[in-house]
Design a protein around this ligand. Structure first.
Ligand code: PLP
Length: 366
């Protein structure tokens, strides 16, 4: 006799994350990680804000204490910056945790989620965890087709996921298209707008989705400290929504889901908008650098508005493996139905140049 898992759990695929530096060093038989660059997980090449680093050093000796499970100071800081109430905000262990909490609150067998065919794969994996069905809607090129997504909604649809900007395509939907979607989406649906990369857009190009929260629409906006704020290792994101929604998500979380160090660092990082601006500049310059060099050698790519880019290399997985041999980690895209592509994160000027040189060498060889 063995313990019997729920039958659908044995069929769940594993998520394939960007390969960690240490894992690649081990695979390549290297002594350390210094000669490898990771452009695989859309992290911030500038690192954490110096303010966050200082705040973490100052609090390190207090890590024997449990964190404040209610994240009081962080919620206050976010509320004041976003012009919302603390009751509209729930921090989580990365926005990934919040996606799972949405599943706990809303999804059961027979329910549906609607998403784009090529949007963040975690939505689908999470739906599978709850035996819900994923309706994957074809994109308009590489951009969400919001009209088609609205038309795909059925009485069984509980959640619609709109990653904006979208991972892995790096594309955005404009504010007016979002407004139209929000005006027309049926009442029984919660629209989840995943804004993991939103702070990387120039402020004037960021759609005002917080307005939907203030207006009490059926919306959940997800954000993270993993990208523009450079704190991916700490695992901290947050959900924004009505008091009612936040209170439901709050019931589904673990008592201390956001660790002490993450709360301290996030609150400090939030005050350092100069670091976010420097990150935005690095990303703009890096996108220009990558696009200019790829254009010059005739390699196609999907124009991006954020800190990663889909590059059409022909045989994505082969090129990914060969780049890794050259100590450059990118992400293969076959799991997203894009076997010709790799996704590369925008790094520093030097990292981007190393990627470009390695790519040209690899493409000559394959
Ligand atoms: C669109 C999107 N949403 C959410 C996440 C998860 O972010 P977090 O690190 O906050 O869990 C990612 C991470 O890559 C992402 O690309």
């Amino acid at each position: 006799m063995k313990p019997v898992p729920k039958p659908w759990m044995t069929n769940l695929p594993n998520y394939e994350p960007g390969r960690p530096l240490e894992e690649v060093a081990r695979a390549l038989g290297l002594d350390g990680i210094d000669d490898i660059i990771k452009l695989a997980s859309n992290e911030n090449a500038l690192g954490p804000s110096p303010h966050a680093l200082e705040a973490m050093r100052n609090e390190a000796a207090r890590m024997h204490l449990y964190p404040d499970g209610g994240c009081y100071y962080l919620r206050e800081a976010l509320a004041s910056q976003l012009r919302l109430e603390p009751s509209h905000i729930l921090p989580g262990n990365g926005s990934n945790e919040l996606i799972e909490l949405l599943g706990h609150v809303f999804l059961s067998e027979g329910d549906q989620i609607v998403m784009s065919e090529r949007a963040f794969v975690i939505y689908k994996l999470m739906a599978m965890l709850f035996k819900a069905e994923t309706v994957a809607v074809p994109m308009d090129g590489f951009t969400h087709d919001l009209d088609a997504m609205r038309e795909a909604i059925t009485p069984a649809t509980k959640l619609v996921f709109i990653a904006n900007p979208n991972n892995p395509t790096g594309t955005c939907v404009p504010s007016d298209a979002l407004d139209r979607f929000m005006d027309q989406v049926p009442d029984h649906v919660l629209t989840v707008i995943d804004e993991a990369y939103i702070e990387l857009l120039p402020p004037e190009e960021q759609p005002d989705t917080l307005r939907y929260v203030r207006e009490g629409r059926k919306v959940c906006v997800l954000r993270t400290f993993s990208k523009a704020y450079g704190l991916a290792g700490l695992r901290i994101g947050y959900a924004l929504g009505s008091d009612e929604l936040i209170s439901l998500l709050d019931r589904a979380r673990q008592p201390f889901n956001v660790n002490y160090m993450a709360q301290v660092a996030a609150a400090a990082a939030l005050q350092d908008q100069a670091h976010v601006e420097a990150t935005r500049r690095m990303v703009r310059d890096g996108l220009d650098q990558l696009a200019g060099a790829l254009d010059k050698v005739g390699i196609r790519y999907v124009p991006s508005c954020v800190n990663f880019m889909l590059v059409d290399v022909g045989k994505g997985r082969e090129v990914f493996e060969a780049l890794q041999e050259a100590h450059v980690i990118v992400r293969p895209m076959d799991g997203y139905g894009l076997p010709e592509y790799v996704r590369v994160t925008v790094g520093t000027e030097e990292e981007n140049a190393r990627f470009l040189d390695a790519l040209v060498d690899v493409l000559q060889a394959v």
